[in-house]
Design a protein around this ligand. Structure first.
Ligand SMILES: [Cu+2]
Length: 226
């Protein structure tokens, strides 16, 4: 009895220990803190947006592949450079925000157990009136791509082409009709002059002939009546 109870007791303890040993490894990481925190009201832009979990993040390649922190405003515009640095249980991206408003931070990381986890939180930004935020972009930033190129391209491209197309087609379209109009005008003028000249010449000739006919017809009137 005594030994049986002891064996059972040891078995229960062993089972409990093995479960305790297995469960941390099998469990997903969970977020223990973040900058900003859910619902936080920021009055200045933090140097880094950070997500910290309870265990190491699994950055196998060492280059943060599979990790992301995206910050968007109410209009869905993106802020930041898209770069994420993973260090132990934390990942971070340089802080960047636009004007006052509600923002969403969406993040993705690889848990120590190899699972990819993602979540999001919202926060407010109420900066000082004279604070200068960065402009938002319609495309999600890609780390390593220069912001100067990424940013003006979407905004400048449509306006440039929008301006360039009407500009090139506007002068081109009227230019062609204008030229052909001028050519047609010149041709018409020449034709008109020729027609008038022809008519005048014809009339003059006709009158001359008639005068000649009349003067000639004075004597031989007979052929005409025959
Ligand atoms: Cu998991």
């Amino acid at each position: 009895m005594h030994t049986i109870a002891r064996i059972v007791g040891v078995g229960v303890i062993a089972a409990g220990l093995s479960l305790a040993a297995v469960s941390p490894a099998a469990a997903h990481n969970y977020v223990v803190s973040s900058t900003p925190a859910e619902g936080e009201v920021l009055t200045s832009i933090p140097e880094f947006f950070v997500v910290t979990v309870n265990d190491s993040m699994l950055d196998l390649g060492g280059e943060g592949a599979g990790f992301a922190i995206q910050v968007t405003d109410d209009n869905g515009l993106f802020y930041g450079d898209g770069c994420v640095t993973v260090q132990g249980p934390s990942m971070s991206t340089p802080g960047a925000l636009g004007g006052a408003g509600t923002y969403t931070m969406t993040f993705q990381y690889i848990s120590a157990d190899g699972h990819t986890l993602s979540d999001q939180l919202t926060f407010r930004f109420d900066p000082a009136a004279d604070a200068v935020g960065s402009p938002g972009r319609t495309e999600a930033p890609v780390c390593g791509e220069p912001l100067e190129t990424v940013q003006p391209t979407p905004t400048a491209e449509p306006s440039e082409t929008a301006v360039a197309q009407p500009e090139s087609s506007e002068p081109a379209a009227p230019a062609v009709p204008d030229e052909s109009g001028t050519v047609i005008g010149v041709v018409l003028a020449i034709v008109g002059v020729l027609v008038v000249a022809g008519v005048v010449a014809g009339v003059v000739l006709w009158r001359r002939n008639r005068a000649l006919d009349e003067s000639e017809a004075a004597a031989p009137d007979a052929p005409e009546e025959e």
